[in-house]
Every structure is written in structure tokens, then in C-alpha cells.
Design a protein around this ligand. Sequence first.
Ligand code: ZN
Length: 351
Amino acid sequence: MFEAVVALCLAAEPKICRARLVPGYRMASLSGCEAALNSSPPLMNFLVTNFPQRLIAAPPHCQQTGPEAAVIEAAPGLFVHMGAVADVSAANAGDVSNSGFIIGTRGVAVIDSGGSRQVGEELYRAIRSQTDLPILYVILTHMHPDHVLGASVFAEAGARVVGHEALPRALADRAQTYLANFELLTGAQALIGTQPVLPDEVITATSSLDLGGRVISLQAWPNAHTGTDLTVGDPTSGILFAGDLLFHRHAPALDGSVLGWRRVLTQMQSLLYTQVVPGHGGPLLPWPDAAAPLQDYLEVLITETRAAITRGDTLGEAVQTIAFGEADAWELFDLFNARNATVAYTELEWE
Ligand SMILES: [Zn+2]
């Protein structure tokens, strides 16, 4: 198969480039792709929007399709990609969170988009290997960069971007910082062509989207993992995409409210789904049983933070001890637990 790309290079270091996929020109032959490109060239307006790096663009051209995300068909028409249980690095280009897509008779909904344009493009190719139906929606489960930075390829392909009502503001405030932080972890090359996209449509409580013969359910939650958490349920298969309201193997990351997260996780367990895709780990687990390890972690975090505050521990002392008994239960524990303890301490010291 062949596809159109635009070679983007760093203005400061023109040898560092990345071929950025232009969606919509996938063809079985090179000549077919080139004919499509000539007869209806892409709008190039995305090249002047706010990239983190200053870039030079070559005219679009066709080449053999690039790498495709590995996916499993968890249920008929429902596919899941499992990100690495790892920190963001040059090697994974931000492919450290789970994503998926659901196919109806009318079109496709994508759930989360990976941590860079490159990861989003790989997911886009995996979708195109399954169906030529239009990509109607890209649903972002929350604001974190490893879930949202791949979304631009779907927006360019015509998808509406859907998120929690608090997501537009949260992303507008944080996106440039997220990009700068990710660039430190991946290096500049991996992030070439990555830019944030803001939601076209927001969810305030619950809502549904009709993909044609398949209606999926969206639910916006109060402050928990973050202030922008949204779950996506597919009643047809009984599968729930929990975003980072559920972690598995990968240490939980608290960026909202520890009490709120415990409350939301309890409420989620009464949702009538039988399997769940967590934001990290899994990628397909029994529901609600899969909530137990995270529930335990949040209980320990709350109990031990309250104890530290009662003892009069300073924040600096508290983060050295809180929830350390959980260290063996989670990968990447040292990377996330101290920050979780800090967030919990700051929240609970005012009780
Ligand atoms: Zn997250």
C-alpha cells in the first residue's frame, strides 16, 4: 500500500526530519496515490499552526505505507492497541498508553490517540487496514499528553474531536508545556509534526454517539485521575474504555483528587460492562474485578497520607514513606508514587 506524506525538517537542523502522514491518499499503487494527490492536493494550513519546533516542509509525495500499530480485536469491530508499560522515550515516541477503535456501519470512533503524531499515524494505519469507513470521532479520555498528542491525524482525516467539558481549557493551558516536556523525553525528531488539537464537542454528563448500528456511551466524571476524565462504553460488546481512571501494572498517576478518584472508581464499578480496557496495562481485563488493585492503592494512599499529616510529618518526610508498601505491586512505582503522595498530602492537609 502507498500513502501521501510531507517531509518536515527542523529549521535549525535540516537533516532531522520526519515523514508526516497526510490522511486520505492510501492507495494500492504508487501511481494511484500520486494521481489522487495531483487531482486533489491536501490543504497545507496545518503547516503554519503552532508547532513546538520551527519546521521546513517539502511538497507532499507518495511512498510505501509506514508502520502500523499492533491491535487485537477484543470483540467484533472493537480493536485495542496496548501501549508500552514504560516511561516516554525516544524508542517509543510516546506510545505508552492504550487506545482503541470501534467500527459501526456508518463509521469509526477512535478512543485516545497516543503520545505523538507518529503514534497517532500508526493507529490511523491500523484502522485503515480494517475499514475504509470514515473516522467520525476521536474521543479523548482526558488531558494527559500520552493520550491526546496523536489526535491531529484523525482531526485532519475529518473526525470530530470529543472530550470532557473541562478539556478545552485544560489543554489550552497545558499543551505547550506537555509538548516541551515530551520533547525532552523523546528528542526533537520523534515529535516533529506533533501539535495539540482542541475538542469540537464536549460532554458534560452522559451522552451517546451513533456509529451506525452501534451506539456507544460517553460519561464525563467529576475530578478524579484528572479534572477531565471521560469513559467510553460499548454496550454491544460489554467493553468499557476507562482511560486512566483505571491503571493496571503501570503505577497509578494522580493529577486530580484522591478522594474524588476513589469515589468515581466505586461508582464505575456499578456500570454494566463485563470487560475493561485500562489506560495503561491490560489491555483487556474482567470488569469490575480489575478495579481492585487500584482501589487498594488509593485506600493506602489516603490512609497513610492522613496518618503522616496527623503525625506532623512535613511534605518532604511524608513522600519518603507514603504507600511504600505498594512498591512491589506496580511497575514504574518510583516514577509516580512521590508525586501522588504530594497531590494527596496537599489535598488532605485541609480536611
Ligand atoms: Zn493520565
